[in-house]
Write a new protein. Structure first.
Length: 269
């Protein structure tokens, strides 16, 4: 008799996994919960080690999800519709969840990002609060080959369910870490030879770069307030993306869009 693709999930483990909706519990346990076949599949494809996948939770009757879970026998568990509704953080759940281990906090609390002798780009988020923006910036950073992503204490949690969905599994593809004081971390990087560029409406046209510094930290500010004054005073250069025409028809660009435009310029020009 063929063994089942999924195992029954105990009530205790279900309660444990549901608690991963809470940021404090996620951080205490070093785990996070992902939802949706595309996101879970990408995460499984990119885990740096097998033990980073803790469990797959699949709703009964989900053929595609169960077929995918067959590859992970011993870690795949079956959940009912009622249990699925407790795990879900979307209105129309796809019926598959993954429990994964968080990336180690390399660089946290003043530990150094490795000093490099070649070109290096680091992205820093200064209180970026929209999960969609953070997830998109993380994924875009991977695309353009950034070395790390730094998040201030006021930036939304990188393991928030919406962030994980927005970066669609690329959360393992880039070193990322949080800091209590973004200003202190930026000063440390400047001491390692990094040039600090801050995106600002008060800055210089980003197309006017005379030459690209070898090591750059690009700072993206809060959606409503931009770069904080503390960080702005540290900047080696303020840069802006010019608008079309003499007068801007919108107040500013979306944070993730601005980050993508600037990264493309810094990496490919």
């Amino acid at each position: 008799m063929k063994p089942p693709a999924t195992l029954p999930l105990s009530k205790a483990r279900l309660r444990y996994f549901v608690k991963l909706h809470q940021k404090k519990f996620r951080n205490e346990e070093g785990l996070f919960l992902a939802e949706g076949l595309r996101t879970v599949r990408e995460l499984c494809m990119n885990v740096p080690a097998e033990e980073m996948l803790v469990a797959l939770l699949v709703r009964e009757g989900e053929r595609d999800a169960i077929h995918f879970a067959e590859t992970y026998k011993g870690k795949a568990f079956s959940v009912s519709q009622k249990e699925c509704s407790l795990l879900a953080q979307t209105s129309t759940s796809q019926g598959i969840f993954g429990v994964f281990r968080q990336q180690s906090q390399v660089g946290y609390n003043g530990q150094s990002v490795e000093e490099k002798q070649v070109q290096s780009l680091i992205i820093a988020l200064d209180d970026v609060q929209d999960p969609g923006n953070v997830g998109t910036i993380l994924r875009t950073s991977v695309w353009f080959g950034a070395d790390a992503l730094i998040c201030s204490a006021g930036t939304v949690d990188r393991y928030n369910a919406k962030v994980v969905r927005s970066c669609a599994g690329s959360i393992y593809a880039l070193r990322h870490y949080g800091v209590e004081s973004l200003g202190h971390e930026l000063q440390r990087l400047q001491n390692l030879g990094y040039t600090l560029l801050c995106s600002s409406l008060d800055g210089q046209d980003f197309r006017e770069f005379a030459a690209r510094p070898e090591k750059i930290v690009l700072v993206i500010g809060n959606e409503a307030n931009g770069i904080s004054e503390q960080v702005k005073t540290l900047a080696d250069m303020l840069v802006r993306i010019p608008h079309h025409g003499k007068k801007a028809m919108v107040e500013s660009l979306n944070a993730a869009v601005s980050a993508a435009i600037l990264m493309e310029r810094l990496v490919l020009h």
